[in-house]
Write a protein that binds this ligand. Structure first.
Ligand code: PXP
Length: 243
């Protein structure tokens, strides 16, 4: 089986810094440690309310890393202009609501196809590979193809939220069927949200998934084990599920 890649989301290093408006901890430092520990890309979500990652963080991270930076952003004219200026290797469009604790659902691609087609074309012409964060749903997958995206990221948040084995198995099945469906298209298939050390393996075992984006669980574990070890432990679990 092909190895699976790990994108480490470092937003919550910035959350800790912004809680006190200090100069530490430094997200660019975290990005470097994650890279050295085996991360395949670094994800940052530049939210419109700037609650964690700031524009300067994205620039610093781009400066110091050799692995790709994946910029998550809302589909707004302001964020598009910023992404055009920053030119990250990957951009991932996500829905964004100011009051939410974290990204809650997938993008409604089918319902705003014209807008997303234009946004994908703009960023692709600017040199970024474009991903759409979507639910495990064939309608949204077809729409992602029609929008001209390079990649999709399948939302694993509902799977992660399940509190009993039956509903977790149902959600996993839904994701597995969506992955198989998307595998018939030219899209690269990624997945993420809510994944942690105890639920990652069934998702990582889905052969056609190229990359997982994981943040909160890795940064949380790093308090106890250090970030290098936390990234390594996640990579090991993911690699094991591909053997
Ligand atoms: N993928 C997307 C599109 C996200 O918005 C987030 C959270 O910022 C993640 C993955 C990572 O989620 P978590 O922090 O729960 O691992």
């Amino acid at each position: 089986m092909k190895p699976i890649k790990l994108g480490v989301n470092i937003d919550h290093v910035a959350t800790l810094r912004q809680a006190r408006l200090t100069r530490y901890p430094e997200p660019a430092h975290a990005a470097l440690v994650a890279e050295q520990a085996g991360a395949d890309s670094i994800t940052v979500h530049l939210r419109e309310d700037r609650r964690h990652i700031q524009e300067r963080d994205v620039k610093m991270i781009q400066d110091v890393l050799t692995i790709p930076v994946n910029l998550e952003l809302a589909v707004t004219a302001k964020m598009l202009a910023l992404a055009e200026k920053l030119r990250p290797q990957y951009c991932c469009f996500v829905p964004e609501r100011r009051a939410e604790l974290t990204t809650e659902g997938g993008l409604e691609v089918a319902g705003q196809l014209q807008k997303l087609r234009a946004a994908c074309a703009t960023l692709r012409a600017n040199g970024s590979k474009v991903s759409l964060f979507i639910a495990a749903d064939a309608v949204q997958i077809d729409a992602a193809v029609a929008a001209g995206a390079d990649m999709i990221e399948i939302h694993t948040g509902h799977y992660a939220d399940c509190t009993d084995a039956t509903s977790r198995a149902d959600e996993l099945d839904k994701i597995a069927r969506a992955v198989e469906y998307a595998a018939q298209t030219p899209l690269q298939i990624n997945a993420g949200h809510g994944l942690h050390y105890h639920n990652v393996q069934p998702i990582a075992a889905l052969e056609r998934v190229a990359e997982l984006n994981i943040g909160h669980a890795i940064i949380a574990r790093s308090i106890f084990s250090g970030l290098h070890q936390a990234v390594k432990d996640m990579k090991t679990l993911m690699d094991e599920s591909r053997r």
